[in-house]
Design a protein. Structure first.
Length: 458
């Protein structure tokens, strides 16, 4: 018998206090943070949905593994355990550890990129795009057409548009393409999964045109869950075996282990090509650390190796996906516009539809993240024209395709009562939506402005 209630497949052994504040206090904290949730102090946050990266609660096995951490500078046993696990999962012979995913992106895409190079993805995330553009290359997004319809129940909205991919590869030629990157799940595109069929098609086109195919695999376990439950032919395949098959289609992978490896710090890249791996290792040693630790402690690598196994457990993945859907389905039922179906790691609210009276240049997504904090102490992140908007030659904003707010749920951290509280906060969000005003940017850096920009209310 299968019960309707999805319980957390873990017991709580240690607790961390949550700060409870008044609305007046939160208004002052928000003002001091220049209306940017990234600049809030965590002690002033009640429910933190800013990111699912590095915010997981680690298991007792991971904590026990950390006690085994071999902190030798070179050739540590902890590195050997991590290397063996990554090789077993990806099938790639060359593994390069990094302190997190963006370090791997900087090394790999910095080496492959540069002026005149182009990278193509289903959708580049913020740090991926920043590292590519910082090298002088361009980053092109080609999500599938179904991703544009937020209300449809198309099961794989994270897919890449393979017709556009074929056309771009023909147009640019292999010498101009740095790499084709398939992000699974598609974070910027609403946490939507990528089908195995789509990954195969991308792989075939990359081989046909002689270009490198890289999987950004930081949420590959969550993606495997959707393939097993939505794609014909995988009903009896284990989640880990689904991931192994997807890796077999590509030439390499980049991972922020702070997501689906269930750790607070860590990452890696894994590659098939020895020459490329050697070049990346040389860059690693210059900037991150020796080839067998890459900026990580031995205990970090122990926790990663264990997490890469735990994340594929049936009970965990069912809980993870169902508990995220619980939040998304309930606020959707209240009339909050969300990207549908609900993704595995986050719920994406369409702030442009929620606040149709706020134009893109007044940043409706930023207005919503401020309201979530003001009303309920909930911290979220804008994924719209603050994060991805650009300026034209005259300084006019070129808006992002969508004005989204992401509620990224940390793994194994919050219980259902915490989520029920957030649902109540959205009741007030809905009731007060017409009175909300936009914001303007008064200070911003050149790259990744959403992290440190200052805002003023209009």
């Amino acid at each position: 018998m299968e019960f309707k209630t999805i319980i957390e497949p873990f017991k709580i052994k240690s607790v961390e206090p949550i700060f409870l504040s008044t609305e007046r206090e939160r208004e002052e904290y928000l003002r001091l943070a220049h209306f940017n949730p990234f600049l809030l102090r965590s002690v002033h946050v009640t429910i933190d949905f800013l990111t699912d990266s590095g915010t997981s609660a680690m298991s007792s096995e991971q904590w026990a593994g950390m006690m085994r951490g071999d902190e030798s500078y070179a050739g540590a046993q902890s590195w050997e355990r991590l290397e063996a696990e990554v090789k077993s999962l990806t099938g790639y012979p060359y593994v390069i550890p990094t302190h997190q995913g963006r370090a791997a992106e900087r090394i790999l895409y910095g080496h492959l990129g540069g002026n005149g190079k182009t990278f193509i993805s289903n959708t580049h995330f913020d740090t991926t795009r920043a590292n590519i553009e910082f090298s002088g290359a361009e980053a092109i997004d080609i999500p599938c057409k179904q991703a544009e319809d937020h209300e449809s129940d198309y099961p794989f909205k994270g897919n890449m548009d393979t017709a556009k991919l074929d056309a771009l590869l023909k147009q640019y030629g292999k010498d101009r393409i740095g790499a084709v990157i398939l992000t699974v799940t598609n974070n910027t595109g609403g946490g939507q999964p990528v089908s195995m069929t789509n990954a195969r098609e991308v792989s075939t086109l990359c081989k046909k045109h002689g270009v490198m195919f890289v999987i950004d695999c930081c949420r590959i376990a969550e993606n495997a869950y959707y393939i097993r439950h939505r794609e014909k032919g995988f009903e009896s395949t284990s989640y880990r075996d689904i991931a192994v098959e997807m890796f077999s289609l590509a030439d390499g992978a980049v991972m922020s282990a702070k997501k689906d490896a269930l750790v607070n710090m860590g990452g890696f890249m894994a590659l098939k090509n020895q020459e490329l791996a050697t070049a990346c290792t040389n860059l690693l040693i210059i900037t991150e650390g020796f080839a067998t630790y890459g900026g990580l402690s031995g205990r970090d690598m122990e926790a990663m190796a264990i997490g890469l196994r735990e994340v594929f457990e049936d009970g965990y993945l069912k809980y993870r996906v169902k508990s995220t859907a619980y939040l998304g389905e309930r606020i959707r039922a209240k009339g909050i516009p969300v990207m549908y179906p609900i993704g595995g790691h986050a719920v994406y609210v369409d702030a442009g539809l929620l606040y149709p009276h706020i134009p893109a240049h007044e940043y409706p997504g930023q207005a919503l993240v401020c309201e979530l904090y003001r009303i309920g102490g909930v911290r979220a992140v804008e994924i719209g024209s603050v994060m991805f908007g650009k300026y034209d030659a005259q300084g006019k904003l070129i808006p992002a395709p969508m004005e989204l707010v992401r509620l990224a749920i940390p793994r194994r951290v919050y219980t259902q009562s915490h989520i029920d509280y957030v649902i109540e906060v959205f009741d007030e969000i809905s009731n007060s939506r017409s009175a909300v005003k936009g914001l303007k940017i008064v200070k911003e850096p050149q790259f990744l402005r959403h992290f440190t920009a200052h805002f003023e209310k209009l």
